[in-house]
Structures are given as structure tokens and as C-alpha cells.
Design a protein around this ligand. Structure first.
Ligand code: CTP
Length: 415
């Protein structure tokens, strides 16, 4: 039997490898068998490192997780209903699940789960390249289980389902297939592509939450536009929402969004705003509810029509920095960035970037407490004077603290 110890040693950290050996030792002592499964096996065989540790145990996953947590002072969270546990330590997390078999009652529904053996567990998985496991018990550590030809498909660079009804069992795999195909630069195996086209309508039965989860995973990819454009080509994107488009425009704008190093802005948020950018404002509420978007995402998508509406006013010939600030201060920074990327007008783009890169951080140097010491009343007046000071800074009317103090005194004598 093939052994992938050399690959594990090459692409995992020393701590990670030692941890896997401990998991195997603990399982052995308990008379159980433990396996490394899923994405990590795929990634090390592709000569890539990975931090996503998924373990399957033929036996009691929660009992094994508790034992490891006791030995090593880890934080543990258990889900007895699913027979799974999550261990976390500083730099990694470790998911342990019991080996299970699954049966699907109807398309799009969650499966009925029963305890099973490792081969049952691999059979329930999405693609051959994700259906491999490495043994962790001492004496056979690193032995590869590859019952569906995953390794062969990795070398052919193809994404292939395990059986004909895979997308009927779980239509979200359609989105997963495109994500892996585009991330790894693989292609869909011919029959798998045919099944995607054939089973597309099953996506209609999938809940918004599950569709959103898959879209979010795509938006977290390094180059999400690749999977989105592929989804458009196969008619999958329109199943998420009919008005979405994955075309040359989207490709270009997503790539632009990555340039400019906008520090703390969330790239996924910017991508989402760009995806929503060409959805008709009237359709936005339906788009949000079809995908049951969580609050942060719904706020972004809802903000898009508002910023688009204000774009023409940002193109005015003469506009003071304080006016730019006022027009943008209540908009989400990720949406502003998306609008800058999407803007046709160079002037508008520069003003949006100016706000993001400089104006939004500008504050008066006098604080509320300083103002109160100067005799400003805490309610009403204080907020107004702070805004006047900020505007004066934004418009370069004051630059020094003493100039701010002089301005406050002038304002106070005028009241
Ligand atoms: N899986 C599946 N069907 C799904 C979701 C997950 O078969 N709808 C299986 C796959 O075998 C996958 C494993 O569960 O490898 C773990 O899922 P996940 O963490 O989503 O995938 P990874 O393979 O770890 O991929 P990624 O690199 O994207 O994290």
C-alpha cells in the first residue's frame, strides 16, 4: 500500500506532524483507527501545505478528542448530535468526526447520518480528489487509502464525482466543483460536467443559507472571478440569482479590487459589492433574501444602490473635501472601494479613493473633553462644534491645535 509519510513530512510543520502522530497513538490505545481525510491529503499530494486538519475515527470521535485535549491543554468544543469535536490551539484547529455513512432522502435536503467505516465515509464525499485518507495509527502511519482513484485524477488534473447521483444528493457540490476546478487550475471531467448541466435545477431546492455558504467560500478564494465566470458559463450563477453576471467586466473589476493594498478592508466584502453592482436596485431585497445573507453581507449589498445614486454628485466640478466626507461618511468602506473600482469617471474614482485613503481618518485634535474645558456645553453644541472643527481640518482651514482653539473661541463668542 502506498505511503505518503514523505509528503506529510515535507508539507506539514513539525508540530502538525507530531500532533497527527499523537492522534494515531491515542486512537490505537483506545482500540480505534484514525485517519487524516479531505483537503489536506489532496493538498499535500499536490505539494501544497495546508492547515485544515480533518480527522475521521472509526469509533467515538468525542471520546478521542477529549483524551487529546486532556493530554495537551487544548480548547475543545463538542457536538454530540453529530458525533464531532473541534479542538483548537494557537495556530491550528483540528476537527474530529466519527466515520459515517450518509443517505439522502431528497435533493437539497441534509443527509441522514449513521456510524460507518472509513470506506463508507469516503464514499459519501464530493469528488475523487477529496475522497482519500491517510492512516494515522502507529505501524501504518501515512498509508494512503484511495478507493476512487483520487491520486490518478490529481495527476490528470480533473474534478470527478464519485457516482452519477452526486449532484442530486447534494446540489451545493456543483458550486464546490467549480471552486476546486478554478482554484487548482483543473478541469471538470466530461461526465461530471454533463451531470452539472443536467442536475442544475436541483439548486432551486437548496436553502438560501447553504447557497450563501458556498458563495462566501468562492468569494474567499484568491481569484473568485474565475469560479464566478465559470458558473456563469454553465448557467450555475443564474441559479444563485438570475441577474448576476460573470463576464469580462467582473473579471477586470475583481482584479482591480486586489490592487491598491487597502489594508483592513475585507476583499470578500468588496467582491460582494461588485457582484451586486449591476443588480437592479429594485431586485436587491429579493437577492438578499434568496441567499439568506447574514447581516454584514446584507448591509453591504443594500448599500450598493445608495452609493451608485450619489456618484453623479461626486463628479461635480468644485467639491470641498468636507463635502466628499459628508456624502460618504455613512457608507461601508468596502462598498466605497467597490464603487471606486466600478466608476467610469476618473474624477469620481479619485475622490472615492481620497476619502478611503485619507479623509475618513481625519479628526480634530481637540477632543470633546478639551471643548468642555473651554466652556462648550456637553449637549447639542459639542457635536456641532466637533463637526465644524473636522470640516475645517478637512478643508485645510486649520492645521494646528492652536488654530482649532482660536476657531472654537470665535464660535463661542458668536453663540
Ligand atoms: N465534503 C463533501 N461534500 C460537501 C462538503 C464537504 O463531500 N458538500 C467533504 C469533502 O471530502 C471535503 C471535506 O468534506 O474534502 C471537508 O470539507 P471542506 O472543509 O469544505 O473542504 P476542504 O476539502 O477542506 O476544502 P478547502 O480546501 O476548500 O477547505
Amino acid at each position: 500500500m502506498e505511503n505518503i509519510f514523505v509528503e506529510l513530512e515535507a508539507y506539514l510543520s513539525h508540530e502538525c506532524l507530531e500532533l497527527l502522530q499523537r492522534v494515531g497513538d491515542s486512537a490505537q490505545k483506545r482500540g480505534e483507527s484514525a485517519y487524516l481525510v479531505g483537503g489536506l491529503v489532496r493538498d499535500v499530494l499536490l505539494c501544497q501545505s495546508s492547515l485544515d486538519l480533518d480527522i475521521v475515527v472509526e469509533g467515538d470521535a468525542i471520546g478521542l478528542a477529549r483524551q487529546i485535549a486532556r493530554d495537551r491543554d487544548w480548547t475543545i468544543r463538542t457536538h454530540p448530535r453529530f458525533g464531532t469535536a473541534k479542538l483548537s490551539m494557537k495556530e491550528f484547529g483540528l476537527d474530529i468526526a466519527m466515520a459515517r455513512s450518509e443517505t439522502y432522502q431528497k435533493p437539497g435536503a441534509l443527509p441522514v447520518v449513521k456510524q460507518g467505516a472509513i470506506l463508507d465515509d469516503l464514499l459519501r464525499r464530493d469528488f475523487t480528489i477529496n475522497a482519500m485518507a491517510a492512516r494515522l495509527n502507529p505501524g501504518c502511519f501515512g498509508e494512503l487509502l484511495d478507493p476512487y482513484g483520487g491520486q490518478g485524477d490529481l495527476s490528470k488534473r480533473i474534478v470527478r464525482v464519485l457516482h452519477q447521483v452526486s449532484f442530486i444528493d447534494d446540489p451545493t457540490r456543483i458550486l464546490r466543483a467549480l471552486r476546486y476546478e478554478q482554484r487548482l487550475d483543473f478541469h471538470l471531467e466530461r461526465n461530471t460536467e454533463k451531470l452539472i448541466r443536467q442536475d442544475l435545477d436541483n439548486l432551486d431546492a437548496v436553502t438560501g443559507e447553504r447557497l450563501w455558504h458556498e458563495l462566501e467560500l468562492i468569494l474567499e478564494e484568491k481569484h473568485p472571478e474565475k469560479a464566478i465566470c465559470r458558473a456563469d458559463e454553465l448557467g450555475v450563477l443564474q441559479k444563485l440569482y438570475p441577474a448576476l453576471r460573470g463576464d469580462g467586466w467582473l473579471r477586470e473589476k475583481f482584479a482591480q479590487a486586489r490592487t491598491g493594498g487597502d489594508g483592513p478592508l475585507s476583499l470578500s466584502g468588496i467582491y460582494l459589492a461588485l457582484l451586486a453592482y449591476r443588480v437592479d436596485p429594485e431586485d436587491i431585497p429579493v437577492f438578499i433574501s434568496r441567499l439568506k445573507m447574514p447581516g454584514w453581507a446584507a448591509r453591504i449589498v443594500r448599500d450598493v444602490p445608495r452609493i451608485r445614486q450619489g456618484m453623479s454628485s461626486l463628479a461635480a466640478l468644485e467639491i470641498r473635501p468636507s463635502e466628499i466626507y459628508r456624502r460618504l461618511e455613512h457608507q461601508i468602506p468596502e462598498v466605497i472601494k467597490a464603487a471606486a473600482v466600478a466608476a467610469d469617471s476618473l474624477v469620481v474614482r479619485e475622490r472615492l479613493e481620497l476619502y478611503l485613503n485619507s479623509l475618513r481618518a481625519i479628526k480634530p485634535s481637540l477632543s470633546g473633553d478639551d471643548l468642555q474645558e473651554m466652556g462648550v456645553k456637553p449637549r447639542g453644541e459639542l457635536g456641532r462644534i466637533l463637526r465644524v472643527l473636522r470640516d475645517a481640518r478637512l478643508d485645510h482651514e486649520v492645521t494646528l491645535r492652536v488654530e482649532e482653539e482660536a476657531l472654537v473661541r470665535r464660535l463661542l463668542t458668536r453663540v
